[in-house]
Design a protein. Sequence first.
Length: 243
Amino acid sequence: MAVKRLTLCGLMLALCCVARLSSGLGAADAQEVAAWQSLDAVRAAAERALRAELDANLAGVELSARALDPRLRVRACGSKLETQASAPRGTQTRVLVQVSCPGVPWSLNVPVDIRREFDVLVMRRPVARGEPVAAADVSVQKRVLPGLASPFVGRVEDLQNRLTRRPLAEGTAVTADALAAALLIKRGQTVTLTASVGGIEVRAPGLALADASSRQRLRVQNLNSLKVVEGVAESDGVVRVTL
């Protein structure tokens, strides 16, 4: 009976020691974690810094700081983190934001990805090269794309006076470089030259020496004087010349 009591007391003492040891290790671990800077806080600071550099009128912008190496250890910053960021340029889709602590000598470069939601016109039917694209030929879809600018056409109005540079299949998102301005004047076409002289509108027949779309400059031969002049395609078959 005495042996059983001794064994029971020893077991209780061992459990008590284990509990104290475990409690001690937990506190030490917590202190160690508190000594290191939260990497999530660093990422959040980088995102805020870059957003502050963006135009406030830009809608649908998403910023996402890339995950930092979890093995990275820097001392916890006791004051507000300092940041340095520049607005993205051109088609830039990622920006490096510098995050540092003024009281502790460390500085981290955090890559922040930029994405934005755009309206995109998608073909509802196939079209051949050189065809116009009408509003009924496309549907408007929303897509999240890298960067702040979109290579796609997003408004139906932007299809006016445009022709396809190449065939477009059904389901294709229409890019700006897939469209070309429709020609108002073709090389070898007989056109009307117009010019204002002393408040009087003068007209003469001419021969186009090049293709031209709206407001594009081209050389034209005056069929009355046979002189070659330069003008601007004003409308279908009409070239305005400045004298």
